[in-house]
Design a protein around this ligand. Structure first.
Ligand code: SAH
Length: 215
């Protein structure tokens, strides 16, 4: 893999940021992160020329790197501040993980495909990104060891909201999760108390499925 990041890439990145801003992304820290991260390095070099289009691309193991608009939309919804603890379900290529690191968050992330887990764990530090913990496991269970989290972001389509994720949010914490089958409804759940959650539905998106372990 080549780690070349040229002025041409930077120029295309800036154009992508302009597209996202036009589509309604306002958070300047999120836009700055996307302006900085060399997305072309998170995908196969055969897609390099297309890396700064606002599109999802295959990353192997039948998975995709999410569309930049979706990454930006979910990142903005976190409303997290520097130093906050955030859990990501579906590390995948690590692109969303890198955005969370750029936002100054303490990032925990889970991936269930071993091939992607191994690859991304080695790759992120090479670009200078150091999430607190990358786990190979089942995102339906969350990561209880480090809970509670200020926010949890799910980057695959969930057939339902996994209960453990709700339980691992701090009071005031936010779960951003696409729910349903093709398309999914982007759903924001804010924990108001031990037992109460406020729910917001924020439009249709398309994700690969959050896979459930059969055992
Ligand atoms: N954030 C990633 C998105 C990858 S697509 C990126 O920007 O590249 C969704 C990811 O969720 C895939 O890598 C898939 O393997 C993973 N996934 C699916 N089901 C999962 C589960 N139950 N637990 C953890 N990860 C899961």
């Amino acid at each position: 893999m080549s780690f070349k990041d040229t002025l041409k890439h930077a120029g295309k990145r800036k154009q992508l940021v302009d597209v996202l801003a036009k589509k309604g992304i306002k958070n300047t820290a999120v836009l700055a992160a996307i302006n900085k991260i060399p997305r072309h390095l998170f995908m196969d070099s055969s897609f390099e020329d297309h890396a700064y289009q606002d599109k999802a691309f295959p990353i192997g193991a039948e998975q995709t790197i999410s569309q930049p608009y979706t990454v930006a939309f979910q990142s903005e919804l976190l409303e997290a501040e520097r130093g906050d603890k955030v859990l990501e379900i579906g590390t995948g290529s690590g692109y969303q993980t890198a955005v969370l690191c750029e936002l100054g968050l303490k990032v925990y992330s889970i991936e269930r495909q071993q091939e992607l887990f191994k690859k991304t764990k080695l790759f992120l530090p090479k670009l200078g990104y150091r999430p607190k913990y990358l786990s190979f496991g089942d995102g339906y269970k969350g990561m209880a060891e480090f809970a509670p989290y200020k926010a949890i972001i799910v980057t695959a389509g969930a057939p339902y909201v996994p209960k453990p994720l709700l339980g691992q949010l701090e009071i005031g914490g936010r779960l951003i999760i696409p729910v349903g089958n093709d398309p999914q409804i982007m759903t924001l759940l804010i924990r108001k108390s031990a037992t109460q959650f406020e729910k917001h539905e924020l439009g249709e998106f398309r994700f690969v499925p959050l896979l459930e372990d059969k055992n």
